[in-house]
Design a binder for this molecule. Structure first.
Ligand code: COA
Length: 543
């Protein structure tokens, strides 16, 4: 969203001459330039050769199709763009998924990228598609599939054939709960892929391009000896006039997109809450976040500085941006109420570091309060986890942390998490990490997440190995230990990085901190498609 290339490309002065703010800005901009480069890989899809061939065939790329499909000038919130990062597959996993507004309706759009292995689905494509379907389901968004795919990635068929059936089951269930499903077929949709148009509520096929059949001509010849061709077996004309699988025959790609927009316009779709809201922009620029956020996670920063740059500013009736709750208690967790694009939210933000019993109890109470007033929650992660040590164990840190995890797990108001710094250990769980199913989870490029910090993990392994050697009466190999520590530290450091986690679909995207407010605005608006209802039914809280 925000362009980082111009500023980062400028020559940077020597670090020693820079103020702390300037150093932080330079360091974060360098990370953002890296992020741009990784995103560019997803946009490049199968590369120049395949993009050129695709254009020469008179076809549009997936992002071009999406751009024409959504309302002019509206934003598209792309999700999981780095899926498959670090794997053998192309970054982005041969599909583009995200939330876009069509005729004023927020929709989940998924588009195969035919420049990557013909748009074939690999294991990461599957994970990304499942995640998009989950987001669409939880937020009741109409689902639009822009289809042009070679079906299963054949070399990895064993990893995708069986679980892949869920795609079709999900489409059928979406239709069953009256969540509309629309397929715009631009090209090949073979074998299992034929069930995407087959199971969608509405199907549009592009003349002389769409090819939808259970088996193509060569396989039919092999199976039954019948001689046939693409058009009579699965062409758009045939499906529109003979089989009835196509509800609409489109003249070309732009016509298919026009018809798709008309279908959405006729859905008679209504959101749970009013569409337009009045709100004030924050008093501080989003750009100033770059001066505040250290890329060295050991350096503390005040989450209130982040909050006032994300939430709405002072409203016309002089409502303050952030009403802090329990400011004097459990000070390493900031909690409070605000509005984002006019929608009331509760915020839990770590003030750099450890969660003690007080913080856990404060979080538990705050989550209950949000449920009591049907208010969604935003979790801003920057924690090294729950406090360890004799004093804290005896003080009941486990039961207090468990109460917080209980509250997060059973809370029924929507949650969004953003990793703005560290997210380590059970702190990741208590702050609503991926396993706790926040509706959306985004990561800043400076963030890291793991069971514990790399040095701590390597140190623990070393202590355990030393004790094991002593127990066997063996001399400890100090040189080997140093090598092991360095190796493990490097490995965990790498595994904690945002690209690795995003590549594995442990978040919905690594985002530029300056885009956080806009992205959260889109996400909270999508959430608002269904009414927010809190609960008073939590599990047993240990006292
Ligand atoms: N799995 C893995 N790789 C595939 C693939 C698949 N299902 N389908 C195509 N590819 C690869 C091709 O081998 C080719 O690789 P290369 O460029 O490295 O040689 C690349 O993707 C592009 O394919 P290509 O055939 O050149 O693209 P196209 O646009 O001309 O044709 C299809 C696209 C889909 C018509 C054609 O690739 C095809 O028929 N694929 C098989 C479809 C099928 O029967 N799938 C079974 C699904 S269960």
């Amino acid at each position: 969203m925000t362009d980082t290339t111009t500023e980062s490309a400028e020559a940077q002065p020597e670090a020693a001459d820079l103020t702390v703010e300037e150093q932080r800005r330079a360091s974060l901009l360098a990370k953002l330039a890296d992020l741009d480069a990784e995103h560019a890989k997803a946009v490049a899809g199968g590369g120049d050769k395949y993009i050129e061939r695709h254009h020469k065939r008179g076809k549009l790329l997936p992002r071009e199709r999406i751009e024409l499909l959504i309302d002019e000038g509206s934003a598209f919130l792309e999700l999981s763009p780095l899926a498959g990062w670090g794997s053998d597959f192309t970054v982005g996993a041969s599909t583009v998924c995200g939330i876009g507004v069509i005729e004023g309706v927020e929709c989940m759009i998924s588009a195969n990228d035919p420049t990557v292995k013909g748009g074939a689905s690999n294991p990461w494509t599957l994970k990304k598609t499942f995640r998009a379907a989950q987001i669409a389901q939880e937020n009741n968004l109409p689902q639009i599939s822009l289809v042009e795919s070679a079906g299963a990635d054949l070399p990895t068929q064993k990893e995708i054939f069986i679980p892949g059936g869920k795609i079709f089951r999900d489409l059928a269930r979406a239709s069953g709960r009256r969540q509309p499903t629309i397929a715009l077929v631009f090209g090949n949709s073979t074998a299992g892929g034929a069930y995407v148009p087959g199971l969608s509520d509405y199907t549009v096929m592009v003349k002389e391009q769409a090819k939808v059949f259970l088996a193509g001509p060569p396989l039919v010849k092999m199976a039954t000896g019948e001689e046939t061709d693409d058009e009579e077996l699965g062409g758009a004309e045939m499906h529109a006039r003979i089989s009835g699988l196509a509800d609409y025959l489109a003249e070309d790609e732009r016509d298919a997109i026009r018809i798709g927009r008309r279908i959405v316009a006729r859905l008679n779709w209504k959101k749970a809450s009013p569409e337009s809201r009045v709100y004030a922009e924050p008093a501080f620029s989003a750009d100033s976040l770059l001066d505040l956020i250290p890329t060295d996670l050991k350096e503390p920063f005040d989450p209130r500085d982040v909050i006032v740059r994300i939430v709405d500013g002072v409203s016309a009736d002089n409502e303050v941006p952030f009403d802090e709750f329990k400011p004097l208690y459990g000070s390493s967790l900031t909690t409070g109420w605000a509005k984002l694009h006019g929608r009331p939210i509760g915020i839990l933000a770590n003030a750099q570091g450890v969660l003690f019993s007080e913080e856990a109890q404060k979080a538990t109470q705050f989550i209950q309060l949000a449920n009591a007033k049907n208010t969604p929650l935003l979790f801003l992660h920057n924690t090294t986890g729950y406090m360890v040590g004799k004093e804290y164990e005896q003080g009941g840190i486990i039961k207090h942390g468990a109460a917080m995890i209980n509250a997060v797990s059973n809370s029924t108001v929507p949650h969004i998490s953003v990793l703005i710094g560290s997210s380590y250990g059970a702190g990741n769980y208590g702050m609503n990490g991926r396993a706790y199913d926040p509706r959306f989870l985004f990561t800043w490029p400076n963030a890291k997440s793991a069971v514990m910090g790399p040095a701590q993990l390597a140190g623990v392994l070393s202590i355990v190995s030393r004790a094991a050697a002593e127990a066997k009466g063996k001399e400890y190999d100090e040189e080997g230990d140093a090598g092991m520590r360095a190796f493990v530290e490097n490995m965990v450091e790498e595994q904690s990085l945002p690209y690795v986690l995003s590549g594995m679909l442990y978040d919905d995207g690594v985002i530029d901190p300056r885009d956080t407010r806009t992205i959260l605005g889109i996400a909270f608006s999508a959430i608002d498609t269904v009414p927010t209802e809190g609960t008073d039914r939590f599990g047993v809280f240990r006292m």
